[in-house]
Ligand binder design. Structure first.
Ligand code: FEO
Length: 396
């Protein structure tokens, strides 16, 4: 695959990682691989915006060489320290020893603490500009989107926003633009990316989008650091980010549960029937056989979340723990929730499960539903009613 023209004199020179299946320390499964996007801008001064994960450094260099001798690169913009974007800075710095590395103050500190190299750093702040000749780059700090060092780079003359991790998707393809791929898959991956990485920063995202809108800068194209480039209708992903950040969701309930000998599963199925009877859509995920980050993605666009577990060793099943801990870390907005499960003796599980759900910022709208041992027909009916009542709360 060659370098790809994004605009006159601007090229995608990143790398496609078809085989990565786990990201961020096995917290996020990338079923469809990913890309690491780097952008080369040719002008009187030549600029590389971000690089790639180090194992893909040669792949990036090959694409750069198709366009320009890498020793002619004057500036590297490091929008983000994380190694999937800064890992190959050294490949360019070795060939272009005078290259200046532009980043935020925290970016400089982070890069120094990652690579221990005496690169020629230049710290930039929001509003700073870099004149390249015919083009001007503008910088916008974006702390905690999603690291303290993060920033966006804007190519004024092309109305091209290069926001690094924001607006990305983990999606490896031969295509480079969002309008060239299946929209359903694209938005599924964009939503999963937001749900698993950006949810905790929802308030900052709203503020940052409002800040950009107040600046009145037009955005024709968004080139994220993962996945495909939004060259048509970038408003679609901006609108989705605003909706997700505000916690807007469908009248839908996600049931995430696990079961030891099938009793909690019987409860989950009866609850699901009750949800359906309320006129609300329900989706059921058994955590021992479901991918956790896929279930988190489902939670993003659902108003309700029910978590169920059998009891073992006076607490929830170990397969439920990472899911509830992820929820605690991500704190999705505007969710209603409740808990359920079966037990044999001692019923402390519901207390700890409900407590964790509350710590995740979920509004618990009804008491836990517990069943001793195997549910009888009356208890199954109670599960149905529990689901119906919860569905009605989600509708209300
Ligand atoms: Fe894609 Fe935060 O690195």
């Amino acid at each position: 695959m060659s370098a790809v023209r994004v605009a006159d004199g601007i090229f995608w020179v990143g790398a496609v990682d078809w085989n990565v299946r786990n990201f961020h320390g096995y917290t996020y499964t990338t079923h469809r691989g990913t890309t690491y996007n780097a952008y080369l801008i040719l002008d009187e001064k030549n600029v590389l915006v971000d690089t790639v994960y180090k194992p893909f450094g040669e792949e990036m260099m090959g694409r750069i060489r198709e366009v320009i001798d890498p020793s002619r690169i004057d500036f590297i913009i490091a929008n983000h320290v994380e190694t999937d974007h800064s890992g190959a800075i050294g490949y360019v710095a070795r060939l272009a020893p005078k290259v200046q590395v532009l980043c935020t103050q925290r970016g400089k500190e982070g890069l120094q603490k990652h690579y221990y190299k005496d690169w020629n750093f230049r710290v930039v702040k929001t509003g700073d500009e870099l004149k390249l000749g015919n083009r001007t780059l503008q910088f916008l700090e974006a702390p905690m989107l999603h690291w303290p060092d993060s920033m966006f780079t804007y190519v004024k003359e092309e109305a091209l926003l290069l926001p690094n991790d924001a607006f990305g998707q983990h999606l490896a393809t031969t295509e480079r633009f969002t309008d060239e791929v299946d929209e359903g898959i694209l938005m599924e991956e964009a939503a999963k990316y937001f749900a698993n990485i950006l949810t905790p920063f929802s308030d900052l995202i709203i503020k940052k989008i409002e800040e950009v809108q107040k600046l009145g800068i037009p955005i024709k194209t968004i080139g994220p650091s993962h996945g495909l480039i939004w060259r048509k209708n970038p408003e679609k992903i901006i609108g989705s980010y605003l909706r997700w950040s505000k916690g807007e969701a469908a009248e839908r309930v996600i049931i995430a549960y696990d079961t030891m000998w099938g009793s909690t599963e019987k409860m989950a199925n009866a609850i699901l029937e009750g949800i359906k009877a309320s006129g609300v859509e329900g989706r059921l995920y058994k955590l021992s056989v479901s991918d956790r980050s896929d279930v988190i993605a489902q939670v993003l666009e659902a108003k309700g979340i029910l978590v169920g577990s059998s009891t073992i060793n006076r607490d929830m099943l170990p397969t439920v723990v990472p899911f509830i801990e992820d929820l605690k870390g991500l704190r999705p907005k505007n969710k209603l929730g409740a808990t359920f499960g079966s037990f044999g003796w001692g019923g402390q599980t519901m207390r700890s499960l409900e407590e964790k759900l509350k710590q995740a910022g979920v509004e618990v709208v009804q008491p836990p539903l517990e069943v001793k041992w195997v549910p009888n027909p009356e208890e199954i009916q109670k599960c149905f009613e529990f689901g119906k009542k919860f569905g009605e709360a989600v509708k209300g």
